[in-house]
Structure formats: structure tokens, C-alpha cells
Design a protein around this ligand. Structure first.
Ligand SMILES: Nc1ncnc2c1ncn2[C@@H]1O[C@H](COP(=O)(O)OP(=O)(O)OP(=O)(O)O)[C@@H](O)[C@H]1O
Ligand SMILES: [Mg+2]
Length: 197
């Protein structure tokens, strides 16, 4: 058997039916930004709030996915690409099932983020740039990773010795170096509600 012998099955439940049941549309909120910029903090706070208001929502977070689905992957450029590709496919499945998917991955490469955008329908991929200067992220260093990276214990760390490519035209910018976390979370929630209305 080869890939050509695999036949696509039409689903018996459509995305539109799921969305009707949930009473809202589904899409991906793709948070991207440096380590320590606040992606996980904002994603989880926003998801909690949306959940309490009756939205169907899930967070896909960097570390958790690397413990499971992607535990075979490292941090080479190829593995980072594959990491994002798989997450994109998983996010697409959830969108198909009517869920609002908030992802929290550094996802430093523009090309990889664009590839996920191509996977789903127009308007279903929202690039959210969690913007914060490197020196602030490094001062926060919530996981002590920058310290390790500076000591040479973590090679190819984004922002230190591996590049971060800023989004060219993000759907939303959350300036987490300037605004408090509550403010950033609120802006994300407002964006979700407006974009799904
Ligand atoms: N405006 C803000 N928004 C979000 N987090 C903030 C803000 N101001 C300060 N913080 C703090 O910054 C840290 C952000 O850490 P967090 O783990 O959310 O970053 P991350 O982007 O998910 O990093 P990583 O890519 O390493 O997972 C937290 O300790 C959080 O409390
Ligand atoms: Mg995180």
C-alpha cells in the first residue's frame, strides 16, 4: 500500500454543524514571540476566561506537545519546522471540530507560520505577535533558559544564537513589554470575540 491508495473519507459531521452546536465559529489564534514574552501566560488566561463564558477552546503549548506528540523532535531547523507542521495539522483537526485553538509556540520562522496559514481556510489562521524586547524577556527569564543559553548550555536559543523573524502582517500585536498581562489577555479575548462574531 502506498499513499496513493489512501482515500479521503468525507466526514459525516461537518465543521459548520459543530460550529452551530457550539454557537461560535472556530479558528486558530497562533501566538508567536520570544521565549518569556508571555505566550503561555496570555494563552492560558484567555482560554480560561473564554471557557467560563461557554466557548469551546483548547491551548496547545510548546512544552506539553514536546513531551508527547513531538517527543521525537529536537531543536534543529528541520525539527523545528516539523514541530510546527504537526502542530498546524493538529490545530486544523480541532478547527474542523468547532474549537477555538490558542497555540503558544515561539515559532520563530515566518515560512513555518505561513505554512500553517496555508493549511486552513481564509480567516481561520490569526497570527498574534506577542511582542516584547529581548532584554525584558531575558530579565524575566521565567524558566532560567536565557541564563543557560548565555552560558552555552542551550545552543541555538531563539534571540541569542538563533533568529526570531517578526511577523510582517500579524492580525494582532500584543505588546507584552508595555502592557500588563491582564491588558494583553483582555485584548486577545476581545479579538477572539470580534473575529468569531
Ligand atoms: N504583559 C505580560 N504578559 C504576559 N506575561 C507577562 C507580562 N508581564 C510579565 N509577564 C511575565 O512574563 C513571564 C512570561 O512567561 P511565559 O512562560 O508565559 O512565556 P512564553 O512566551 O510562554 O515563553 P516560552 O516560549 O519559553 O514558553 C511570566 O512570568 C509572566 O508572569
Ligand atoms: Mg510558553
Amino acid at each position: 500500500m502506498t499513499n496513493r491508495d489512501i482515500v479521503w473519507h468525507e466526514a459525516s459531521i461537518t465543521k459548520e454543524e459543530y460550529q452551530q452546536k457550539n454557537k461560535h465559529k472556530s479558528s486558530i489564534l497562533w501566538l508567536t514571540g520570544l521565549s518569556g514574552s508571555g505566550k503561555s501566560t496570555i494563552a492560558n488566561a484567555a482560554a480560561r476566561e473564554l471557557f467560563e463564558q461557554g466557548y469551546q477552546v483548547i491551548v496547545l503549548d510548546g512544552d506539553n506537545i514536546r513531551h508527547g506528540l513531538n517527543k521525537d523532535l529536537g531543536f534543529s531547523d528541520d525539527d523545528r519546522k516539523e514541530n510546527i507542521r504537526r502542530i498546524g495539522e493538529v490545530a486544523k483537526l480541532f478547527v474542523q471540530q468547532g474549537t477555538i485553538v490558542i497555540t503558544a509556540f515561539i515559532s520563530p520562522f515566518r515560512e513555518d507560520r505561513d505554512q500553517v496559514r496555508e493549511l486552513v481556510e481564509e480567516g481561520e489562521f490569526n497570527e498574534i505577535y506577542v511582542k516584547c524586547d529581548l532584554d525584558i524577556c531575558e530579565k524575566r527569564d521565567p524558566k532560567g533558559l536565557y541564563k543557560k543559553a548565555r552560558n552555552g548550555e542551550i545552543p541555538f536559543f531563539t534571540g541569542i544564537d538563533s533568529p526570531y523573524e517578526e511577523p510582517n502582517a500579524p492580525e494582532l500585536v500584543l505588546d507584552s513589554g508595555k502592557y500588563e498581562r491582564e491588558e494583553c489577555t483582555g485584548r486577545l479575548i476581545d479579538f477572539v470575540k470580534n473575529s468569531l462574531a
